[in-house]
Design a protein around this ligand. Sequence first.
Ligand code: P6P
Length: 337
Amino acid sequence: MPNMRTLGEFVVEKQQDFPHATGELSSLFASIRLAAKVVNREINKAGLADITGAVGSENVQGEAQQKLDLYANDKFKAALEARGQVCGIASEEEDEAVYFDRDSNANAKYVVLMDPLDGSSNIDVNVSVGTIFSIYRRISPVGTPPTEEDFLQPGTEQVAAGYVIYGSSTMLVYTTGNGVHGFTYDPSIGVFCLSHESMMIPKDGNIYSVNEGNYIKFPVGVKKYIKYCQENEPEDGRPYTSRYIGSLVADFHRNLLKGGLYLYPSTASYPNGKLRLLYECNPMAFLIEQAGGLASDGNTRIMELKPTELHQRVPFFVGSSNMVEKLEQFLKDFPEQ
Ligand code: P6P
């Protein structure tokens, strides 16, 4: 295959961008790559195997856990522990941070935060879902047990972030701070192949993604922005269009390619917003900024927020820079009373 560059080769090649890299991050990526292939296989046969549906338990968020949620969580956790580069993980599916065995991971330098299967309620209706991950260098000394401080770092400290989208094709998209690169999985050879090098989001777009069913409780500025989109056209003359899949990774990925804005404001059910700062908003914010976009809670750059607890939620606006700035201006012009 002409110019076939695999994810593994690309990560090693780009590792040269880090003068002190010693291959640990490349090895860590190999474990994410492996787990993604395993989860992809299960998702692709979900309709056939007895693996869809809820297990009857709830996660710390009080959300019904899907069988594949727990499957994905277990596979990523096991793959990350096995390689010895990670001293612990935090996950949407784990109430507390999970500290790995110190003996086998004694020299581990990294922690990983993840949403192992975002949008999983869509699996039963065959809609794209995704895995989101965020990687930090630990703060606590190597060789000691990790501490919660290792997991509560601001997004600006991320070493790498990315997502896997299990859709019409499966892709892994990541950044280490040197651009955003996308790899498409070829199941016939079991390899992620470079398909989208140096992805950039258009500064403007005509797509806005929001659950308008929550409209009545949106902040005034968000309501004004939505009305603005419905009554105006962007500079390029194409009317705005509303596209909401209900799966962050899918909405984000489409907007990254075409331009657009994803909004999850505070709502009646989620007064602080629904999305989790640590393992949904921060990784997506790192990616979008590396692709030339913006990510904000409406007032502050997402990656500058200082986390206070593992599962904290924040309002989330992410996408084309001109659209995020427009939304922020409406929030300033129409402050909550
Ligand atoms: P709602 C999935 O549960 C998720 O976290 C995101 O993937 C998605 O964008 C959002 O919640 C959907 O939430 O309230 O619109 O169904």
